[in-house]
Design a protein around this ligand. Structure first.
Ligand SMILES: [Ca+2]
Ligand SMILES: [Ca+2]
Length: 270
């Protein structure tokens, strides 16, 4: 009942509509996330205290303003946020698949992930995504969106464009937008991407490699205070359907209000 009411509410607002909503498994019972970090009470006493694997969305990281791991056993229509944000993501036609980090959101042409406006997601200076694009954009010059808050400033966005035989990777933070051309972005491959504003530069890391530092005004910072953010599609604003959907999967996404640690940026794999 509750999920149905949420879906109706979303449809009634008409925000960020998609073409169709199929019956899906997201309203299955027991969809609340299981916290695998809880150590069993009878753990061996000689186990090192920090033996548990690092969580994709650490629970005590105040600079992590928005985080989605998609690691839950199922992905409900209202997916809890795992960082500092206060609102859940709204999922439509999203399939949970196994992935290198546990679970990922698999996206098709009619999929939608939308996080509404939230003042807790502000001062954003870095974005990270673990992404796999399986089908390229339909034409040379066309694009697929990894995420998009739409309003500039306070922009938070990332896109991949076909630029045959290369790809152009676009990042926006605050008032700055930049594009990097690369041959290292390949289809059907998991990529770790980070876009970081630091020391007056916007920098782009693909699988741990810095594609170049661009001076600009990214320090104006991104925020979800003018619109929410779509994940895996281009946000065209309230009342308008999304487009440029990412045809692939997203293993996780993080938005920070400070640059992630340098060692994390230069780690090539997930
Ligand atoms: Ca847009
Ligand atoms: Ca994941």
């Amino acid at each position: 009942m509750r999920l149905a009411a949420l879906a109706l509410g979303t449809a009634a607002c008409g925000f960020h509509a998609v073409a169709a909503r199929s019956s899906d498994a997201t309203d299955a019972p027991g969809t609340d996330a299981t916290d695998a970090s809880d150590a069993p009470p009878d753990a061996p006493p000689d186990a090192p205290p920090d033996a548990a694997p690092a969580r994709f969305c650490p629970t005590s990281e105040p600079h992590l303003r928005m985080c989605f791991s998609f690691d839950q056993p199922t992905l409900p229509a209202s997916l809890p946020e795992e960082g500092a944000a206060t609102v859940p993501a709204q999922l439509t036609n999203v399939t949970r698949i196994a992935s290198p980090l546990g679970g990922a959101a698999s996206l098709a042409a009619n999929s939608l992930i939308y996080v509404p406006m939230d003042s807790a997601v502000s001062g954003i200076l870095a974005s990270e995504i673990w992404v796999r694009v399986d089908t390229d954009a339909s034409a040379n010059g066309a694009r697929e969106s990894m995420f998009d808050s739409n309003i500039i400033p306070p922009n938070i966005s990332m896109f991949v464009y076909r630029n045959d035989p290369h790809h152009d990777l676009h990042c926006g933070i605050g008032s700055q937008n930049e594009t990097w051309t690369t041959d290292a972005f390949t289809l059907a491959t998991w990529h770790r991407i980070a876009c970081v504003c630091a020391n007056g530069n916007l920098s782009f890391y693909l699988d741990g490699v810095d594609l170049g530092d661009r001076p600009g005004n990214c320090a104006t910072a991104g925020a979800l205070t003018s619109d929410g953010i779509t994940i895996g599609s281009n946000n065209n604003g309230p009342g308008n359907a999304v487009n440029d959907v990412l045809l692939g999967a997203i293993d996780g996404i993080r938005l920070w209000d400070e640059p992630p640690p340098a060692v994390q940026l230069t780690t090539p794999t997930m």
